[in-house]
Design a protein around this ligand. Structure first.
Ligand SMILES: Cc1ncc(COP(=O)(O)O)c(C=O)c1O
Length: 320
């Protein structure tokens, strides 16, 4: 992976090499931070880079910060504008991933969440697939349980909680699988290592409720809306037992990173026919059209980087 050329750091865009922290930084030592992952999709026909749902991602980012009592100096509009600024400097003409991070920047010792100062960074890199086998992944039920909301807030993207995701992901990959399915403390399906989870049984699309310790995923929300409005499938949000996977017709992961990944085998058992099913296939096609700005009815979710920035410059340079 090549490093970014620029970073938004300490309130402005600087060369990436200047965005540095000391080894005593609180967020680095104790995981006291929150983050967000957003994708940018290049639309070659329009010569435009579309960032998908930045405002929704930044609203969750700010909510995650509130969960750990962190007060940030920027709102979601200001964060989006910093992101657009950064992406213009990077000048990508390809798909990319944007990582925003708010962390306690104090170089000090002491486990706590009070009397500390947050810092925000945003960087971006060109990005392709997160899971190679998007059309047919082999998943396993993890031996690790999803972090409980009463241990570390599960609905937010809290940095320290990602040790839980990493344990599940590495265990799965080292055993030869592509992805993990993580159960919650009650033994119900929670989600993937860094993705929400759906299954289809007897024509009904199911997904775990937020209260089963899942992250409040933006892609999950997108998928629920697209399935309902475009594919005529109302999604039922309810707790899902482990054994329901084994008799499912389809299963898929959704998330900014994974996008839409069909799980066609779980623990060596085929799901449905063992090949990507019709709902996951239709959803993938629709999703990629939507995120690339090819569906006018969903363009409000796609923030244009270059035209948007030009329009912004025109407005700000206009005589008052
Ligand atoms: C633990 C976890 N669950 C679910 C998701 C999917 O969330 P989103 O669709 O907002 O990217 C992510 C995203 O990275 C995640 O880290």
């Amino acid at each position: 992976m090549s490093l970014p050329r620029y970073a938004f750091f300490q309130g402005r865009v600087v060369p990436y090499s200047e965005a540095r922290v000391g080894v005593l930084t609180h967020g680095l030592n104790y995981g006291t931070g929150v983050f967000s992952g957003i994708r940018g999709y290049w639309n070659a026909d329009e010569h435009e880079l579309f960032v998908f749902r930045p405002d929704d991602h930044y609203r969750r980012f700010l909510e995650s910060a509130r969960m750990i009592g962190m007060q940030l100096p920027l709102d979601s509009c200001q964060l989006t504008s910093a992101l657009v600024d950064l992406l213009r400097r990077e000048g990508f003409r390809e798909d990319c991933y944007v990582r925003s991070l708010a962390f306690y920047a104090d170089e000090t010792v002491g486990v706590r969440l009070h009397d500390l100062t947050p810092e925000i960074s945003i960087v971006s890199i060109p990005y392709g697939r997160y899971i190679e086998k998007e059309e047919g992944a082999h998943a396993t039920i993890s031996s690790w349980r999803r972090v409980d909301d009463n241990a570390i807030p599960a609905r937010g993207k809290i940095v320290g909680a990602y040790v839980n995701s990493a344990l599940a992901k590495s265990e799965a990959m080292r055993a030869g699988f592509d992805e993990a399915i993580v159960l919650n403390r009650d033994g119900h399906i929670s989600e993937g290592s860094a993705a929400n989870f759906f299954l289809v049984r007897n024509g009904v699309v199911l997904t775990p409720p937020i209260t089963d310790n899942i992250l409040e995923g933006i892609t999950r929300r997108t998928v629920i809306e697209l399935l309902g409005r475009e594919l005529g499938r109302t999604v039922v949000e309810r707790s899902i037992d482990r054994s329901e996977i084994y008799v499912a017709d389809e299963a898929f992961f959704v998330g900014t990173g994974v996008q839409i990944v069909a799980a066609t085998r779980v623990d060596h058992r085929p799901i449905g026919t063992g090949r990507i099913g019709p709902i996951a296939e239709a959803l993938r096609k629709l999703y990629f059209d939507v995120v690339r700005g090819r569906r006018p009815d969903y363009r409000q979710w796609c923030a244009p980087v270059y035209a948007g920035a030009a329009a912004l410059a025109e407005v700000t340079s206009a005589p008052r």
